[in-house]
Design a protein around this ligand. Structure first.
Ligand code: HEC
Length: 107
């Protein structure tokens, strides 16, 4: 019985460790928000949304700079780009991170 407990504890610790290693800290802070909210349109370029990782599809938008792009996300760009990219619970910082994540993918 005691051994079994030990094995279970060890097993739980081992299962936890690797998820710690490659966890949140290694990822870009905007990745999660992007994957939950922005991905649905920006991966495939729904309704002409500028595509993730495809610099050409962003065209002159990039010249606006990150602040202006973030403002578009906060305000939305009717009709295609929804207010706050549909993440109504997101803080400005989370939205900024998700924009930053998309911009980094273009580098
Ligand atoms: C329902 C689809 C949809 C979702 C969800 C969505 N977008 Fe968009 N997004 C669009 C479309 C379409 C455009 C192009 C709008 C236009 O130019 O009229 C756009 C444009 C943008 C732009 C360019 C803004 C500019 O000033 O040119 C940024 C940056 C952006 N989205 C970021 C995001 C982020 C970050 C999220 C998630 C938090 C998100 N989008 C979620 C559809 C979406």
């Amino acid at each position: 019985m005691r051994n079994l407990t030990r094995i279970l504890v060890l097993g739980a610790a081992l299962a936890w460790l690797p998820s710690c290693d490659r966890g949140e800290t290694a990822d870009h802070p905007g990745k999660r928000t992007y994957e939950r909210y922005c991905f649905s349109c920006h991966a495939a370029g729904v309704a002409d949304a500028p595509k993730f990782g495809d610099r050409a599809s962003w065209g002159t938008r990039l010249e606006k700079g990150e602040d202006a792009l973030l403002q578009s996300v906060i305000d939305g760009m009717p009709p295609g780009m929804p207010v706050m990219g549909l993440c109504y619970a997101c803080s400005e910082e989370q939205l900024r991170d998700s924009v930053d994540y998309m911009l980094e993918a273009l580098e």
